[in-house]
Design a binder for this molecule. Sequence first.
Ligand code: BGC
Length: 754
Amino acid sequence: MIPKIHIIALLMLCVTTHIAAHTETSSKDEKAKDAFITSLMQKMTVEEKIAQLNLVTPTAATGPFRTMNATEKLRAGIAGNVMSVRGSTASVHKRQALFEQTRLQIPLFFGLDIIHGFKTVMPIPLGLSCAWDTLLVERTARVAALEATSMGYNWTYSPMVDISRDPRWGRVMEGSGEDPLLGSLIARAMVRGYQGDNLSSPTSLMACVKHFALYGASEAGRDYNTTDMSHMKMYQNYLPPYKAAVDAGAGSIMTSFNDIDGLPATVNHWLLNDLLRKEWGFNGFIVTDYNCIGELPAHGVAADGYEAAKKALDAGVDMDMSSEHYSTYLKTLLDRQEITLEQIDTACRRVLEAKYDLGLFDNPYKNYGTTENCILTPENISVAIEAARKSMVLLKNQNNVLPLKPDAKIALIGPAADNKFEMISMWAPDGLADSVCTIRRGLEQRTKFLSYAQGTFLSDHPWLTDGYTEEAAQQRMDEALGIARDADVIVAVLGEGRNLSGEAKSMTNISMMPCQRKLLQALKETGKPIVLLLLNGRSMTIEAEIEMADAVVDIWRPGTGAGQAVADVLYGDYNPSGKLTMTWPRSVGQIPIYYNAKNTGRPYKDGERGNFKSRYIDSPNAPLFPFGYGLSYTTFNYGDIALSDTLVVGESKTLQATIELTNTGSVSGTEIVQLYVGDPAASVTRPVKELKHFRHVTLRPGEKRKVSFTLTPEDLKFWSNDLKYDWESGLFNLFIGTNSADVKVAQFRWEKQR
Ligand code: BGC
C-alpha cells in the first residue's frame, strides 16, 4: 500500500505540474494572441482602427435615436460593431455577415440586451434575486447564452449590478436589490453563466457589466440624474458587485449615464483608470452607454463633439455606443495632435483582444444555426418555471388561505391575469410572448373550478392609460364582482403594468393605480377571502392593499413559466421560499430606506416615547417589509445562537455560530437562514448590521437541524475613512434570523492579538 503522505506528495506534484503546464499554455496563448493582433493592426488604417471603436444601433430600441445608414456603415467598414439587430434568424444573420464585405473582414461584436433570458424569459432580475440562489441564476444566464448564440449574438449588456435603495427608480427591476454581498454573488453567477468556462466556446456570450458606476444612486430616483456620495460609501455599498463581476472575468464593462464627483462616468479618469484598470486589474474593454459621449455637452463638461470625444478617449473609454463621436471626430483630433495614435491603438487593441478571446476570428457566428435545438427547449422552459417559482415571495398568509384547496371555486380577476406580454418586462423584448403560459392558463390546467374576469385596467393615470375609461372600468368591475360573489376565493392579480418599470420609468408615486385599488376595495366588500398576486418591478407603497388582502404573493414579472409557477405555488405543489432583496417602504417619504442603515447618535425604536430622536413624527421608521423578508406555508422556529467562543484572538482563527432550526408547521419547507454582523464600536460609523452569510435549509414537518456558519476576519472587514479595507479588534454583534429585522442576537469579541 502507498503511504498516505506519498499519495499527497504525488497529488501535489500532479497539481504543480498541471499548474505549470497550464501557465505555460496560457502564456503561449497570450503570445499567439499578441502576435495575431499585432500583425492585424499593422495592416489596419487609422480609419479601420477607429471603426473598431464604433458601435452602431440600426434601431432606436433603447435610446433617443438610431444610427442613420447603419447597414452601409457596416458594409463600408466604418462601424466595426452593431447592436440591437432584431428579426428573423435569417435577417439577423444577414446584418451580421456584412463584415465579410469589408477589406479585413474583422468580425463584429453583435450585441443585444439579454437581461433576463432571451426567447425563454426568466423572471426579472429583481425577482430572481429573491431566490438567493446563485446556481439557479447561473443556469438562467446559461440558457440565455445558449439561445442567443444560436442566433449569432455574441455579446450581452448584462449583468446589471447597480445597487439601489430607491424604488422610485424604474430600473431597480433590472438589478438584484440593495445588498452588496448578495449583489456580488449574483453578479459573479451571471458572468459565469453567460461566459461559461471558456469564452471562445460557441455557446459563450461576452458579458458587459453595467452601469459603471453608481447609476442606482441617481438622486431622487430620477433616471439619468446625478449621483454624489462619499468614497467610503461607494467602496462599502455600491462598488462590490461591479468588482465581483470584473473578478469573475467579465470581458467588458459599460459606463453609466450619471456623473460621479462632478464628472460623468464616461469621462471620469479616476473611475475608469485608477479604480477599474489599476486597482481592480480590469483588462477587458470599456463601452459607453447609449449616446453617453454625445450627452457630455448637456452635462456641461464639453463644449462640442470634438471635446466630448477627446475627453472620453482620454478617460479610457474604448468603444462609443451609438453617438458616433469617435467615428466623426477622432481622426481630426489625431490630425490636430490633440490625441495620439497610441491612444487609438490601445483602445483598438482592447476591442480586438476581446474579439479574439471570444473566438470570433475562428468562428464569427458562434453557435449560429442551431436555434431548433437551443431555443425554448423543454429544458429551458423548466429552468424558467423553476426560476419563477423560486423568485416568488409570500408576503402574507392570514388564516392559511394559501395553499388553495383543490376543490375551491376560484374567481381569477385582473387585467394582466391572461396577458402574455405582462409576464415579461421591457427588458425581455426578444422573449416569445406566444410561448408564455399566462396565469389563467396555468390555473385552468390545475382546476376545473375557475372563472375569470379582467376586473379593471392596468392604469387610469392620464399618462399611462391602457384604454381606460370610467365606463369600461365599471363594466369590468361589475363582471368581476359577479364571479367573485359566486366563488370561494378571489385571486386578484394586480400591481403595476410592465410599462411602468424599466429604463426612464421613474415614478414619484409607487402605490397601486387608483382603478386597481378601487377594484380591490370592491372585492373586499364581497367578504370573500382575497389572495393578491402582485405583478411588479419594484417595491411598492401598498400598505392599505396588503391590509385588504388575506394572502399576498409577490410574483414579480415571472416570464415564460408564469402560469405553471403560479399554479404550483397557489396549490402548494411548491412551497414558496423567496426572500425580498429590497426593502419595501410604507411611503415614498421614507425613501431611501434600506436595512444596512446606521444607528445615528439618536437612534429610535418604533413605539418608544421620545422626542428629538431620529424618527418621523407621522410614520414608523420601520419599513412595510424588511430586507430578507418572506414567509412559507410552514413555520420555522429559531433557537438561540450558540457561539464556539465569545473571545477570539488572532487573524487566522475562525468562529462558529450555530442555531437550531425547527420546522414547526405541517408541511416541508425551505428557509433561507440569514446571518448578519454589526460592529458597534469602530473607528468609523458602521451599519447596525450587514449580511455576511446565508443558507437554504429544507426541513420536513417537525424536523430540527443545527445550522452552523463559520466566520473569519473577512466577515469583519470594512472600508475605513482613508479607504483601507481591514477589520478592527473589538466587540461585534451577530444576528441570525428569518429576515433582517427578526433576528436572534449574540455578541463576541475578536482581537488581533492580546
Ligand atoms: C441602457 C443600457 C442598455 C443600452 C443598450 C441604454 O439605454 O441604459 O442598459 O444596455 O441602452 O440597449
